[in-house]
Design a binder for this molecule. Structure first.
Ligand SMILES: [Zn+2]
Length: 234
């Protein structure tokens, strides 16, 4: 059986043309699989030829791979680790260098990013532990990615964002803060007020305008015209 991601076949984890870090990534993806638990003994058994395979697995975190130990996941025993979500496809040319993180986040920093993002993937919108609409890949796991944000002064800044395990590998999209600010500047005071209250609520809430529009629909045409006249007198 050939393993694949999104229809592209994966190389073998035993292919010695790859370095140990890439082989460890392929081993996790095809042998342990997302959600799977493995022990250090199993890891060393799979890579008897690699002296520091533990370290190579840890380095995968620098490429957005999430591998939890008993420190992050209290359900794990001390010698166990869990493959939680896939990071960059570092077996592809250029992916390892492109995805290298500047620093590794602590679990506290990760938790803050998730909380600030209401535990929603900011690419596809899925919440933590939800089933994907197409029924594949089990339930969602959250990860943290760095997203390039186009700033108002034309520069680009990397900011941390919550993504799910599926979207993390394709986190190449740039966010357009400059564009959003330019559109916001064109809104009326009423629209700005509504937008601010949606941001506060974390969702698009029904304000006074939507409520009155709903009630307005129940009015007979003569009464709707009366409302229209009243508006035009302002
Ligand atoms: Zn997602």
């Amino acid at each position: 059986m050939t393993d694949s991601i999104d229809g592209t076949a994966l190389p073998s984890w035993q292919d010695l043309k790859f370095g140990a870090k890439v082989r460890a990534a392929l081993w996790l993806e095809t042998q342990v699989r997302i959600g799977g638990v493995f022990t250090k003994a199993e890891l060393r058994q799979a890579f008897p030829d690699v002296a520091q395979i533990d370290r190579r697995v840890r380095e995968l975190r620098d490429h957005n791979w999430q591998i939890d130990t008993h420190r992050e996941d209290l359900a794990l025993k001390q010698q166990e680790q869990k493959y939680v979500s896939r990071g960059a496809a570092i077996w592809l040319p250029g992916q390892a260098a492109a995805s290298k993180q500047k620093t590794t986040l602590t679990s506290t920093q990760r938790a803050k990013v998730w909380s600030d993002d209401s535990f929603l993937c900011r690419t596809c919108g899925i919440g933590v532990g939800e089933k994907y609409p197409d029924g594949t890949s089990g339930t969602s796991q959250l990860a943290v990615a760095r997203r390039g944000v186009l700033m108002a002064d034309g520069s680009t800044e990397e900011q941390l964002v919550t993504v799910c395990g599926r979207c993390v590998a394709s986190n190449t999209s740039e966010a357009d803060l400059a564009g959003v600010l330019a559109e916001v500047a064109l809104l009326s005071p009423l629209e700005k007020h509504a937008l601010a209250s949606w941001i506060d609520a974390g969702q698009r809430t029904r304000g006074a305008l939507e409520r009155v529009w709903g009630v307005l629909q129940t009015l007979p045409a003569a009464s709707r015209n009366t409302v229209q006249d009243a508006l035009q007198q302002d």
